[in-house]
Write a protein that binds this ligand. Sequence first.
Ligand code: GLU
Length: 391
Amino acid sequence: MNYHISERAASLAPSLTLAISAKAKQLKAAGQDVIGFGAGEPDFDTPQHIKDAAIKALNDGFTKYTAASGIPELKDAIVEKFQRDNGLDYKPSQIVVSCGGKHSCYNIMMAICNSGDEVIIPAPYWLSYPEMVKLAGGIPVILDTTDVTQFKVTPEQLRDAITDRTRLFILNTPSNPTGSVYTPEEIKALGDVCVEKGVMILSDEIYEQLIYGDAVHKSVASFSAEHQAHTIITHGLAKAWSMTGWRLGFLAAPEPIAKAISALQSHSTSNPTSFAQVGGVEALRGSQDHLKEWLPEFDRRRRYAHERLEAMPGISCVNAEGAFYLFPNISGTGMKSTEFCDKLLEQSQVAAVPGIAFGSDDYIRISYATGMSQIEKGMERMDAFARSLQS
Ligand code: GLU
């Protein structure tokens, strides 16, 4: 039988980040000694006090529908988070809680794009942004960057790309896949262009807490009321609280946009899982002490992996300042990213994500959200692999 698949769905390949993490897990479960650098998922467990809050909610019978855009208590906790961490004032009516940061981004594209509208996306980009834009009928406009500029787009590049069809500019700092963190000055300059041109910014800040060294995070919304009025912030609990499987993301937007997104969500997923939301309240309001352990550990892994990568023949790597990714340049090996990653997995049992998935074929993504002994072993194997290519 020839099943009818919509053009929309037929044009999509499954998310490669998810596929590679799943493949590494599957190979490991089958007894193979695979080192997984694919997953954008912390290896730490969700802190116990967060689990306890959700377990209590479940046992108390908090198992029914909630308001589609999230429970008032969680929206209040999110409002407090923006006030506390970013100096930003939002009303609960400007907050929408969704089933993961990915869902928040998807909702934004659906709420903003008409057919033929343009969305400016700096590359390397998180692989789902362009697909979401296309699903919403929009046109992704890609701005290329390289490691020479630490993968940062300039205000001039942005200005030149804006047309009268531009609806949105996506800014993701700290960045997935590169780990780059824009400085406050750089962020302001990009925000200024958007304010001047009347373009909305989707500011994906899900890696906000995961920064190292001297890097600082500044939300583009926080420079002025005008900047805030031009910004939709997306965030989520997956990364800094290690709650990937809980599927809890949120956004803060100007009220008419939040209202449109709430309506969309009420016809698609309805509310995020009721008792997970109670865990979310605890994550935001409870102790943040887990980060005191996690951040130095991520930092240690980052420094180690960076040093090892830099020493590999044919590979160079700018040091990332945030998230838990490194994005080494592999062009010196003479291979493009898919061939490199395929061979690395086949010959050395190390899983990494080809840069082509993020729009940059001369690079690969290494996630160091895995234990130090795995990283040491994986880097050892990768080093031997890179050396074998030279002979
Ligand atoms: N955002 C993570 C990553 O890039 C999780 C997988 C995904 O949703 O893409 O690996």
